[in-house]
Design a protein around this ligand. Structure first.
Ligand SMILES: Cc1cc2nc3c(=O)[nH]c(=O)nc-3n(C[C@H](O)[C@H](O)[C@H](O)COP(=O)(O)OP(=O)(O)OC[C@H]3O[C@@H](n4cnc5c(N)ncnc54)[C@H](O)[C@@H]3O)c2cc1C
Length: 401
């Protein structure tokens, strides 16, 4: 098997490196550490300072970022070439340069609008979502509707040229910071449950919206309850047709799972745990010298590589226009369980000092923090159990449990 990239791609890599040397200097790198501590793990919004935005605009112009988004909506618009995408990701990561903004807007809403949105919606929303100048939250889950999302009860009633929305959402990540929410509401109460839902775009400043942050296990508040009381939403803010929101939401979830199943989190966490092992003593020597820890690090690295090669396989299948089938379904489950096991290793490295919080613990308490955050990855975007059901039933054709 030849896993080299070939001459054309080596030249492309050199071009990307040159671009980075010119536009993301050592000084930029020093002033802008790639991520602060460990908060990147639970925050879905990447660094958004002016330097990063200026750099991103140049990278978009060169076609290095948002390659699948047309230029007229603010993207880099390039022919699809997964190898080039991998090279860009590798080089940007090495140079610690800002990559594409992560979050509900660019990762979930934008692909959904590209697939299902009206021309006006694409023009209005995509550019700001890509640059992170407008944040989006995802209003799907409700107190009685999580894994069984289609049971949702938030209602939307058409009144002239507005939907009037009433109901409650929960676990809405970054609702307190978001400008907009893409939201599922039941608009056809008499239709079967999957058929009566619509996908609405709601301005979070609309009167009638109350956001109440929830306190998480780590003491932070990154998600909220959102109460909607007679919230008036322009009738044109519907994506897809009335009652077709389930299909639209599945488009978003597909992207969410791909995003959460990506290899970036695993790479960063593994780098983090290696540096932790070097800096923390275990049984009288740096944990990185401990044979048991080394063994577990090697095993996790092997799993990460398998994950990366599965992503390559997916890209190849995509290029050949083949249905990814079960290969596509394992990514989120594999990535989130890997992240959880990396975090468990971090806890074992700090051992009983893992109960110490923040600066009282080794490496500012990174291990317990990452461990708690890793649970989130096992639940958000559909739980690991639900993923296992999907793989078994839809991927492998096993009978329903
Ligand atoms: C960090 C984080 C961020 C989130 N952000 C958002 C957000 O921005 N927007 C949003 O809308 N939602 C968000 N969620 C909610 C998330 O989508 C739901 O928590 C998830 O879908 C599970 O739903 P639930 O919490 O109601 O649990 P339940 O559906 O009640 O599940 C409880 C347990 O039962 C298991 N279970 C349920 N049904 C089955 C079954 N059929 N077979 C086997 N096991 C089953 C589940 O695996 C789980 O272990 C977020 C969650 C987390 C953790």
């Amino acid at each position: 098997m030849d896993v080299s990239y070939g001459e054309e791609y080596d030249a492309f890599r050199a071009e990307v490196q040159q671009f980075l040397r010119e536009h993301w200097t050592d000084e930029d790198r020093r002033q802008n550490p790639p991520f602060k501590g460990h908060t990147w793990l639970v925050s879905s919004v990447a660094r958004m300072d002016d330097d990063a935005t200026r750099f991103r605009l140049k990278a978009i112009e060169r076609g290095y970022l948002y390659r699948n988004v047309p230029k007229r909506y603010g993207g880099g618009e390039q022919p699809w070439d997964p190898l080039k995408e991998i090279i860009i990701a590798e080089e940007f990561q090495k140079a610690q340069a800002p990559t594409e903004v992560l979050g509900n807007g660019p990762n979930l809403l934008v692909p959904t609008l590209l697939e299902r949105g009206s021309e006006e919606q694409k023009q209005r929303f995509i550019r700001n979502a890509l640059l992170g100048t407008e944040y989006w939250c995802q209003g799907y889950s409700e107190p009685g509707a999580g894994s069984d999302l289609a049971s949702l009860r938030t209602r939307g009633v058409l009144d002239g040229d507005h939907w009037v929305v009433n109901g409650q959402k929960i676990w809405t990540t970054l609702a307190h910071l978001s400008h907009w929410m893409f939201c599922l509401a039941r608009t056809e109460p008499d239709a079967p449950k999957h058929k009566g839902i619509s996908y609405l775009l709601i301005d979070m400043k609309t009167p009638g919206i109350t956001v109440r942050p929830l306190v998480q296990i780590n003491g932070e508040s990154e998600f909220s309850e959102v109460f909607l009381e007679d919230v008036r939403v322009p009738a044109t803010n519907i994506v897809g047709k009335r009652g077709e929101g389930w299909a639209v939401s599945m488009a978003t979830l597909k992207h969410e799972r791909a995003f959460m199943g990506g290899t970036l989190v695993g790479h960063r966490m593994l780098e983090g745990v290696i540096s932790l092992a070097k800096s923390v003593n275990l049984r009288g020597r740096p944990a990185s010298k401990d044979p048991v820890i080394r063994n577990r690090l090697a095993e996790l690295e092997a799993r990460l590589r398998a994950h990366v090669y599965n992503v390559y396989r997916l890209l190849t299948m995509g290029m050949r226009r083949q249905d990814p089938g079960v290969t596509g379904m394992v990514g989120k489950l594999y990535g989130s369980t890997l992240a959880y096991d990396v975090a468990r290793l971090a806890m074992d490295i700090v051992s009983d000092r893992g109960v110490l919080w923040q600066e009282s613990g080794p490496a500012n308490g990174i291990a317990p923090y990452a461990y708690m955050a890793a649970f989130a990855l096992l639940i958000g975007g559909g739980t690991a159990n639900i993923q296992r059901n999907t793989i078994a039933e839809r991927g492998l054709g096993l009978p329903r449990g």
